[in-house]
Design a protein around this ligand. Structure first.
Ligand code: SAM
Length: 278
């Protein structure tokens, strides 16, 4: 069995826990939860249920979104005093739409070891059985609720040519599908529901037909959406200069690279394009 960190400074173990089925926890994760000095949990009552199921009794400290700042400092202090800490969230992998990012960044800044203990993660499990392209994908998480930010994010999604993954709450599904349809158009979509639980289900549809069923869909859901069609070079020439620019921006190119690429596509001097974007 793996020996837990024995150094003077403790280590932070980022431990993935089940997303429904309590059997989805690795032997290594159980061992770490048994061996650490403290467990930092998103919701201590929730984690207690898991620990009881595993017959583990351990000191729990709450580490949730609303106290991340304060609790990060406390955890860093404990780690520096030599305590080994496991970080868990309510379900799945900490830091993925769950608290964790802050304490992990701080540990790295302070030269404290961060060790990932892999396990369930809803986005990965949903993607692999979706039947959509798994070679390249973009995880968005939850769409912003603020109207302007939401629209911006949807516009960004519109041009992504890789598979897109979203988290959503069931009561917001109808609105989200409507917004998606409006901005990205009708596309193939897979709704992965209640993963690892009794009612696990994959609904493979397009946005239009999923909209008709949305009202009745309950439980935890992940949406996996087919990426935008790749544009051929000849299509690019039909775009306005701004759209052409945006197309490459979405592909992750920087300003200099975009200008060079546009000039190449349009067979013009790059200074000419550069002047237009000044
Ligand atoms: N950290 C988690 C992970 O690793 O996937 C995600 C936490 S996030 C707060 C919760 C969201 O994850 C849910 O709203 C849902 O979109 C997705 N999710 C979590 N468990 C799920 C499950 N069993 N089936 C489908 N989606 C799930």
């Amino acid at each position: 069995m793996e020996k837990i960190n024995q150094e003077d400074i403790g280590a932070l173990y980022v431990v993935a826990t089940p997303i429904g089925n309590l059997e989805d926890i690795t032997l290594r994760a159980i061992n770490i939860l048994k061996e650490v000095d403290l467990i930092a949990a998103e919701d201590t009552r929730h984690t207690l249920k898991l620990l009881n199921h595993l017959n583990i009794s351990k000191t729990l400290i709450s580490y949730h979104r609303h106290n991340e700042n304060i609790k990060t400092d406390i955890l860093i202090k404990e780690l520096k005093q030599g305590k080994n800490i496991a970080l868990v969230s309510d379900a799945g992998t900490p830091g993925i739409c769950d608290p964790g990012e802050e304490v992990i960044k701080k540990c790295i800044e302070e030269d404290i070891k961060v060790i990932s203990i892999p396990g369930p993660c809803a986005l990965i499990n949903a993607l692999i059985c979706s039947g959509l392209d798994t070679k390249e994908f973009v995880f968005i998480g939850f769409l912003p609720l603020n109207k302007k930010n939401r629209k911006e994010k949807l516009k960004e999604i519109e041009n992504i040519t890789k598979t897109i993954i979203l988290y959503e709450a069931p009561h917001k599904l109808e609105k989200t599908l409507k917004d998606l349809k409006e901005i990205i158009g009708n596309r193939k979509i897979v709704l992965a529901r209640e993963l690892t639980k009794i009612h696990e289900e994959y609904i493979r549809e397009d946005i239009n037909s999923l909209m008709e069923k949305a009202k009745a869909i309950k439980g935890e859901i992940v949406l996996i959406i087919e990426g935008a069609e790749k544009k051929e070079e000849s299509d690019l020439l039909e775009l306005s200069l701004e759209e052409h620019y945006e197309y490459y921006k979405q592909k992750g190119l920087n300003k200099k690279e975009i200008i060079k690429q546009i000039a190449k596509d349009r067979n013009v001097n790059k200074n000419e394009i550069y002047q237009k974007f000044l």
